[in-house]
Design a binder for this molecule. Structure first.
Ligand code: B12
Ligand code: SF4
Ligand code: SF4
Length: 296
């Protein structure tokens, strides 16, 4: 029997938290075996929330709405797509463990070992969790799609207007689910801070309401960032080893990306013996690292 909205939210929140607690891949297996991520935050948003259409203007027409995502996969499977009214999105935040945050907070030029392992194996776990949720929901008769895990749906492009962007931005989805707001560095600041990775799944066959969000404007999309609140802080800009964050320009994706791909990858390979890039210095040793520094 289909669950009502309250039951659904409780059920899926418990499953996400259970999986993060019990799955062996949420562990730094090549290091000390400790957790990669702490207890997830979970949020929900209606699949027909007008914000998803607004994101087509903010990001670009290539950014999918939840209905576009399920429609394409339904077509591929020869099934009929769920209606837009019976569509919801589950978004979650995987907070990086305290030990990893502390280690990266001590770094000044390059990423720490645990952070690099989190980028590689933590993202593998994030993907696994999205695939698990799709299977878990399908088993109960729901139509479920994890847009980032579908090659027909997910692309990353260097867009003329917004620079590097994808067809399914996990941070914007989490923003829609009221899980956080954007900082000066572009990072999403949540109740568990900015040092996290995030993911989401679109679900057909359930009516989910949207959270009560503040009216969207330049201040509210950056609500949890001290710089946008009162012009203070800017610690993330001081932390960035290549000056990719500034008061005037915000986050320079090209500089950040060039540093990540051209400098950190070699360092990580030589020193930590895994094949990945990473940095996250702007997400650690900052006031928004593990909580929102803006109090109501
Ligand atoms: C492409 C990409 C990159 C690019 C570009 C990043 C970017 N800013 O978009 C590069 C290579 C630079 C990059 C770097 C990093 N990345 Co990256 N990346 C992605 C990826 C694959 C897609 C991002 C995307 O689609 N962006 C869309 C664009 C449009 O977003 P944006 O420009 O930031 O959006 C701004 C505007 O839209 C603005 N805005 C303006 N008007 C309006 C109006 C409204 C209504 C709203 C809502 C917003 C809004 O808000 C935003 C902030 O300013 C995501 C995974 C995913 N599928 O989401 C991971 C992701 C964003 N990366 C992540 C991480 C952790 C990193 C790194 C720390 C690398 C590392 N792991 O060591 C760095 C950090 C960079 C930074 N300062 O944020 C995490 C971020 C988690 C977090 N805490 O915020 C993600 C979500 C991966 C994940 N699954 O968790 N990344
Ligand atoms: S470090 Fe300060 S300025 Fe940077 S995102 Fe966090 S609160 Fe905003
Ligand atoms: S991830 Fe590193 S290079 Fe990119 S903005 Fe943050 S501190 Fe700068």
């Amino acid at each position: 029997m289909r669950k009502n909205m309250v039951e659904f939210k409780k059920w899926i929140t418990e499953e996400i938290r259970r999986f993060a607690k019990e799955d062996p891949d949420n562990r730094l297996k090549l290091l000390d075996g400790s957790y990669i991520f702490e207890e997830p935050l979970v949020g929900f948003v209606a699949g027909n929330d007008p914000l998803f259409y607004q994101l087509k203007e903010v990001i670009g027409n290539f950014h999918l709405t939840p209905h576009e995502a399920v429609s394409k996969i339904a077509e591929k499977k020869g099934m009929s797509a769920p209606s837009e009214e019976e569509l919801g999105v589950v978004s979650y935040i995987l907070p990086t463990s305290k030990k990893t945050r502390e280690e990266n907070a001590n770094m000044k030029e390059m990423t720490s070992e645990r952070w690099a392992h989190t980028r590689l194996f933590g993202e593998d776990f994030n993907k696994k969790l999205q695939r698990h949720l799709v299977a878990f929901l399908e088993k109960e008769g729901y139509f479920a799609v994890a847009p980032q895990q579908e090659e027909e749906l997910f692309e990353i492009k260097n867009d003329d207007k917004v620079g590097f962007a994808s067809s399914w931005s996990q941070r914007h989805v989490a923003f829609a689910a009221n899980l956080g707001t954007f900082g000066l560095s572009d990072g999403l600041i949540t109740k568990a801070g900015k040092a996290h990775r995030c993911g989401s799944v679109v679900v057909g066959g359930v009516v989910l309401d949207s959270p009560v969000r503040r009216e969207i404007n330049e201040t509210t999309i950056h609500w949890d960032c001290l710089f946008f609140q009162n012009g203070s802080c800017k610690v993330c800009a001081e932390r960035c080893p290549v000056g990719a964050i500034s008061e005037e320009e915000g986050h320079d994706k090209d500089k950040c990306r060039a540093y990540l791909f051209e400098q950190t990858a070699d360092f990580v390979k030589e020193n930590y013996h895994i094949d990945i890039y990473g940095c996250g210095l702007c997400q650690t040793a900052v006031p928004c690292e593990e909580e929102s520094p803006v109090k109501e």
